[in-house]
Every structure is written in C-alpha cells, then in structure tokens.
Design a protein around this ligand. Structure first.
Ligand code: NAX
Length: 327
C-alpha cells in the first residue's frame, strides 16, 4: 500500500480552491493510485465556508482521501505536509498599486514560510499561486532556512497554457502540437513568453507562423494581459484555468519531462541568462520525476529576448525592495 501524500492548500475556500480541491482529491494531480491527506487552510472569517467545501468533498466520497484537516493556524495547516500549495492571499483592492499588493501580502508569506520551516515534512515542496506569486515565494523561501531553496516555486504554468492555446489557434493546429514554451520572469504584465524557442510539430514557431509582427506585437501583449482580459470579461479573475495550471505545475514537478520539451516554473535563479540570483524567476525547466528539476540554461536568446528578460528582472527587483524587511 502506497503511503499517503499530505497536500496542504491555503485559500481553500476561495475561487481557485473550489476548482482545485475536487480535482486533487479525484487523483488528477498525483495519480489514481496515490492516497491523499488534505490539509485545508483558511483565515478565521472563512472557516464556515471552508466547512461547507469540506462537506462537499465528503459528499464526493473520493476513495483516495484518507484524512482531511481544516485549520486557520499555519502551524497546524502545514503539519507534515509533503506538498504546500499557497493559493490564499489578499486580493488587489480598488485603487491598489502593485506595490500595495506586495506590501499587503508579504507578512502572510513570512508567517507561512516560518510555519513550513517548523512543521512541514522533510521532503516538502512548495508552490505559490497567490499574487504577486514570485515575490511571495521569495519571502516564503527566505523565512524557511531549513528547507532547501530549490523546493520553492511559483506558478507560471497558466501563462504557458495561455501561450500554447494562442499559438495553436493562430497556426490552426491542436494545442497539443505546441511544445517548448519558455515563460521567463515575473507572473505579471512584464512576463516574457519566448516564442522564438517554441515549436509546433517540432518546427520553430517563427518558421510556422510567419506573421512576425503578430508574434511580437499581438501574441506577447495578449499573454501578458490575459489575466486582466478575463477580469474584464468575467468580472472575476481566472479561477478554473488557474486551478488547472496549479494542478499541472505539481503533476509535472513529479513527472520526468520529455527530453525534447520543457515546462516553465518560477524557481530560485541560479544566475542563468545573467539573472539576479536573489529572485524567484520563471525559467524553462526539466523535471526528473522525483521532485527535482534543472533550469534549461542553454537557449541562445537574441537581443529582443534579452531586453524582455531585463525588464521583468527589474520589476522583480523592485518588488523585492518593497519587502526587503521581511527577508
Ligand atoms: P479568492 O479571493 O477567491 O480566494 C482567496 C482565499 O484566500 C480567500 O478565501 C481568503 O480567505 C484566503 N486567504 C487569504 N489570506 C489567507 C491566509 N493568510 N491563509 C489562508 N487563506 C487565506 O481568490 P482566488 O481567485 O482563489 O485567487 C487566489 C490567488 O491566486 C490570488 O492572489 C490571485 O491573484 C492569484 N492568482 C494567481 C494566478 C497565477 O497564475 N499565478 C492566476 C490566477 C489568480 O489571479
């Protein structure tokens, strides 16, 4: 009998949580044979709502779920967790600048980093969805000194999926035919979806999609602004697609990446492509199937791409300076 994996999810009563938990519990994230223990975290005013979500999980009678713990205390919530999915955070309010969002969320991730450090399992892996997710992950990592840095990641998988769809749609192919999408930098409007190295049916995208003006001036801004476009259309931010991406992020972290492809995750920079080593920056990575990954560090970036990387690096450095007192 396989030992259960304990998955902690924060913001479990929120919109993404509602799309995410049922899919995790059904086995879509770690496989149909992997028993699970779910630790669901919320803040005190949301505990009643969380009870309701837990009742619905009960009502699905998922055979993989062996235990479910609900808590508003991070120490309890991260107790024994093998995987922590940090989805909960303060949303951007009316009139809030990005800097205000960074400041408002920072203390949450300091406390969660400390709690993960002291309570999670020895093999813990952490992924952050809550925005600003790169900087929140950096704060968490810096407050968990006993956990190796490479265990902290942030999600840019949604940007990868968005890119995949837009390129497939333009080329008139299936999204499954698009590979090798590298998302660089911050999960924000400065993020850079590198289409030069992406492939369609194994061929370089710029050779398949010959409208380079579209690639540079439509595709990139569409991906960078997709989150806002969803909010404008739906009146609420991406939830089901974000949950889908979070699930894929974790699943692929524990799956061997095919040799001819890569996935993208925001991970601690190792200086690849000249990026500041004290940032959580999205890179193309290859995973080994055991929860380890390597940054794909040998893409031959052109000047256009290098400039885009600089811009998103600079934004992350600015975010870091706002919360330097928390690290
Ligand atoms: P919701 O506001 O619906 O839910 C967030 C939940 O987090 C709430 O229930 C809240 O009570 C809870 N929460 C707040 N502080 C907490 C804490 N300290 N501990 C535990 N729970 C806490 O937001 P939702 O739509 O679910 O989005 C969650 C986060 O994902 C937001 O920060 C959002 O900006 C971010 N996103 C990130 C994306 C990405 O690609 N990285 C895309 C989608 C999404 O915008």
């Amino acid at each position: 009998m396989t030992d259960p994996v304990r998955v902690a999810v924060t913001g479990a009563a929120g919109s993404i949580g509602y799309s995410l938990l049922f899919r995790i519990a059904s086995g879509e994230m770690l496989g149909p044979d992997q028993p699970l223990e779910l630790n669901l975290l919320e803040i005190p005013p949301q505990m009643d709502a969380l009870e309701g979500v837990a009742m619905e999980l009960d009502d699905c009678a998922f055979p993989l779920v062996q235990e479910m713990n609900l808590s508003d205390d991070p120490a309890e919530g991260f107790e024994g967790a093998n995987i922590c999915m940090l989805v909960g955070g303060k949303p951007r309010g009316a009139g809030m600048e990005r800097k205000d969002l960074v400041e408002a969320n920072g203390p949450i991730f300091k406390a969660q980093g400390e709690a993960i450090n002291d309570n999670a399992a020895d093999d813990v892996r952490v992924m952050t969805v809550a925005n600003p997710c790169n900087t929140n992950a950096l704060i968490t990592m810096n407050n968990a000194p006993d956990v190796p840095n490479e265990r902290f990641t942030a999600m840019t998988r949604l940007d990868l999926n968005r890119s995949k769809y837009q390129l497939a749609n333009k080329a008139g192919v299936n999204p499954g035919d698009v590979s090798n999408i590298a998302i660089f930098g911050n999960h924000s409007s400065t993020m850079y979806p590198d289409f030069f190295d992406a492939r369609i049916d194994g061929e370089p995208v710029p050779e398949v999609i010959t409208d380079h003006d579209w690639l540079k001036n439509d595709f990139i801004p569409t991906i960078q602004g997709r989150g806002s476009a969803i909010i404008d259309a739906r009146g609420a931010s991406s939830a089901a697609s974000a949950a889908n991406a979070a699930l894929e992020h974790v699943r692929e972290w524990y799956t061997e990446t095919p040799e001819d492809d890569w996935v993208s995750m925001a991970v601690p920079s190792d200086g690849s492509y000249g990026i500041d080593e004290d940032l959580i920056f999205s890179f193309p990575v290859r995973c080994d199937g055991n929860g380890n990954y390597e940054i794909v560090d040998d893409l031959d970036l052109n000047d256009f791409s290098k400039e885009k990387l600089k811009a998103t690096e600079q934004e992350l450095q600015e975010e870091r300076s706002v919360v330097s007192d928390l690290m």
